[in-house]
Design a protein around this ligand. Structure first.
Ligand SMILES: [Zn+2]
Length: 348
């Protein structure tokens, strides 16, 4: 098969055999040039599926942005296998292992260059492999999309209650579309962020914003494990979103529960470890806390007679995320707390 360049700008060094404008179901790879001692002309082969049936909207579905987050990888692999062109109008692009080197290494970041893909947008056309992937996503894939989903979980260090996330810092009409997709995705919890706390303008969500594409991200579990509740939410939520934007023809089962919308309230939403040691938690994932409450304490296994250092929360709300690892260094995130949010009246 002929290897063709698909860069909209003509500048990406990543190539693919996928013909994005062809109807049908295609499996293939994005080929990222990576010349090494063992493989002089080697290429990283990132799996991609293109499922297209005529004109219509395009959805870009991604998992494996961070390699140690699994619920989305399971859900998108299943969708690749099961979704047929006859079931859709328009196009679905699925990448279940976007940062393949990180996925293969079961790590958040790439072992090839240390790159954290979700902190590298807009990427670099001739950068290290992770930066090249980011560049391809922002310059080639996102411009084709009407809606994008980037499925994350907490990774090796964090554990989340399954939830979906949107940014709400655009014009009202755009935020309304973001919220409509969020509501279609479903689940019991969702939150908004302006992106300033984690990753700023270097995340996939920020890239989607720059491209004017409605985007949902998720946190579906974590601890480098796989949560069946998170996988189920991804399986069902993706189909609801695809139906809501007019791609999936048949209506999937409705989201069963009311959605609780929350928000991140700046840096104080993140409880950081004041010392290095073992973190002994005093509160649970999903618990409601009030500002000033005891969240746990740091104890010191090498000097166990030393008085533990208490850790208090600096915001009131719901604990959406906790550290999944007991060993802790000063500055590690122990908890993330969400406050109630009215959605500016835009969540209908
Ligand atoms: Zn992630």
């Amino acid at each position: 098969m002929q290897q063709i360049s698909t860069s909209a700008s003509g500048s990406s060094r990543i190539t693919t055999q996928i013909r994005f404008d062809e109807d049908g179901k295609q499996f293939g790879f994005l080929s990222v040039p990576h010349s090494t001692h063992d493989s002089a002309y080697g290429r990283i082969q990132i799996p991609i599926a293109c499922i297209r049936n005529g004109d219509g909207p395009t959805a870009l579905l991604i998992a494996g942005n961070h390699g140690d987050e699994y619920e989305g990888q399971f859900a998108l692999g299943r969708l690749m296998r099961e979704l047929e062109p006859s079931a859709v109008t328009g196009r679905v692009l699925i990448l279940s292992a976007l940062n393949l080197p990180a996925v293969s290494a079961a790590r958040r970041t790439s072992p090839l260059d240390g790159g954290n893909l979700n902190r590298l947008f807009p990427g670099a056309v001739d950068g290290d492999p992770t930066a090249m992937i980011a560049h391809y996503v922002e310059s080639v894939l996102l411009p084709m999309a009407d809606l994008a989903m980037d499925l994350h979980s907490g990774g090796s260090s964090l554990m989340y209650k399954p939830c979906a996330i949107v940014r709400d810092n655009g014009p009202d009409a755009f935020v309304r579309r973001q919220f409509a997709a969020l509501k279609a995705f479903g689940g019991t919890l969702a939150y908004v962020t302006d992106g300033r706390n984690q990753g700023a303008e270097r995340t996939f969500a920020a890239a989607a914003d720059r491209c004017g594409v409605v985007a949902i991200t998720t946190e579906l579990g974590g601890g480098a494990a796989a949560d069946p509740e998170g996988i189920h939410l991804a399986d069902t939520g993706i189909r609801r979103v695809l139906h809501q934007i007019g791609i999936l023809k048949s209506a999937p089962p409705a989201a069963p529960k009311p959605l609780r919308l929350m928000k991140v309230e700046g840096p104080r939403s993140y409880v950081l470890a004041p010392e290095s040691g073992l973190f002994e938690p005093a509160v649970q994932l999903g618990e409601e806390v009030v500002c000033g409450a005891l969240a746990g304490q740091i104890v010191f296994p090498d000097t166990p007679w030393r008085e533990p250092v208490p850790v208090h929360v600096e915001a009131s709300g719901l604990i959406i995320c906790k550290r999944a690892v007991v060993w802790t260094r000063r500055g590690d995130c122990l908890f993330q707390i969400l406050a109630p949010y009215d959605g500016r009246g835009l969540l209908l």
